[in-house]
Design a protein around this ligand. Structure first.
Ligand code: SAH
Length: 392
């Protein structure tokens, strides 16, 4: 199975390559892989991540060709004649981003956390959950499976803020992944110092998922004790300066959040130059101080997606697992039809996934990964979306 379509390098300059696939041209940086003109490659998030042997690439392109154009046609039809705000946002997505949909894998490798966020089920004060940590070897074997067997080209490595994984361990892990299982690696490990992030960039990490959680400073300091809003925002900006692709965003429905603040949150996400918007409903966890908070409406979430799309036509906007959890039946589909164009598939072994309980009853927790991939592909195809991500 393939979550990206290989392209051919038709032009090279010092830092980037022009890649062609089915007549479309896109640019991607070449700092991770040594390439030459004529090579077939996979690119993700604007980076060439690996070469593909010519024969294999041609076979994949042949297999995809018919489906590729059929999907584009379906997408065009479904984006036609927009009336509601959701449909308008969907039409803008179609115009600026086409039918490509990122499908990243996410591996939750530890639920130990030194932070005590009021909204989060794995906060350090929650003594009622079993904690786990995957060893570096265990992480590598899961990444191997995701890349070599399941075909993922982009992975998010997520954990609580767990300093057991020091710079040394993280560096080894990233280096091993880059050397053996070429993929675009996003880190989601919380607030580490910049030096650590720099080192991890040097060995091949290229993305960082770090939400600012809320642009309301007062709510931030109330619900994220011990963490500074300014420091977190500075970190996000500095990671962008290092060269990281940024996935960031916020929670919708924190107690005390005013509905107009969602717009400020969207603006801040755009201003932080997010490669991908990641925001989701706040889903209360029974063993946290915010356990009594009501859930936001699905429409509130769809509205936030649509507004993000109208504000940032070329952004990648994620349908988060939390949105899928809010409405297991329609959340993903309606999100994709309101302007979103990215999804994540959980590749964490189920025994650990159950314990990564940032909120209860997370969608997909009990699903075998292959089953979930099949369901996601069926959904994407029904909407005319291609699970690809090529170029800048
Ligand atoms: N430790 C990392 C990763 C955090 S977990 C970090 O600090 O960046 C990923 C995200 O889950 C958080 O950023 C938060 O926005 C979200 N999250 C936590 N608790 C949640 C809840 N109860 N409902 C919905 N999302 C939640």
């Amino acid at each position: 199975m393939c979550y990206a379509i290989p392209g051919k390098i038709v032009e090279l300059d010092t830092r980037s390559a022009t890649i062609e696939y089915y007549g479309e041209k896109k640019k991607a940086y070449t700092d991770l892989v040594d390439v030459k003109e004529g090579d077939y490659v996979y690119a993700q998030g604007g980076f060439v991540i690996s070469k593909v042997p010519e024969e294999e690439a041609l076979n994949i392109l042949k297999d995809w060709q018919e489906l590729f154009f059929q999907l584009q046609e379906t997408d065009r039809k479904l984006s036609n004649n927009p009336k509601t705000i959701y449909q308008r946002a969907n039409a803008v997505r179609q115009k600026y981003q086409g039918n490509s949909c990122c499908v990243h894998g996410i591996l939750e490798f530890s639920n130990h956390c030194s932070q005590n966020c009021f909204y989060c089920g794995i906060r350090s004060d929650n003594r009622n959950i079993s904690r786990y940590r995957m060893s570096v070897d265990e992480i590598l074997s899961n990444v191997e499976y995701a890349v070599n067997k399941l075909g993922f080209k982009a992975l998010v490595l997520q954990s609580g803020e767990d300093y057991w994984y020091d710079e040394e361990k993280l560096t080894t892990m990233i280096k091993q992944i880059r050397d053996n299982f070429p993929s675009l690696i996003f880190l989601s490990i919380g607030e580490r110092d910049e030096k650590t992030y720099k080192r991890l960039f040097e060995v091949g990490a290229r993305g960082a998922l770090i939400r600012f959680e809320t642009s309301n400073r007062e709510l931030y300091s109330r619900f994220k004790p011990g963490s500074s809003y300014d420091k977190r925002i500075d970190l996000i900006r500095n990671l962008r300066k290092i060269g990281y692709l940024i996935i960031t965003g916020f929670l919708v429905g924190l107690p005390g959040q005013k509905s107009k603040e969602i717009l400020t949150d969207i603006q801040l996400t755009a201003e932080l130059d997010a490669e991908m918007f990641s925001f989701g409903p706040f889903i209360p966890h029974p063993q946290t101080p915010l356990h009594n908070t009501p859930l936001p409406e699905l429409d509130t979430m769809l509205n936030a997606i649509a507004k993000s799309r109208l504000m940032s036509p070329s952004a990648k906007i994620l349908v988060t697992t939390a949105l899928e959890t809010l409405d297991k039946e329609k959340g993903a589909r309606e999100g994709l039809m309101a302007g979103a164009n990215s999804l994540m598939i959980n590749i964490t072994p189920i025994k650990y996934r159950r314990l990564y309980e940032i909120y209860p009853n997370r969608a997909g927790t009990e699903d075998d990964t292959q089953t979930r991939i099949d369901a996601v592909l069926t959904l994407l195809y029904s909407l005319g979306r291609a699970p690809t991500d090529l170029g800048i």
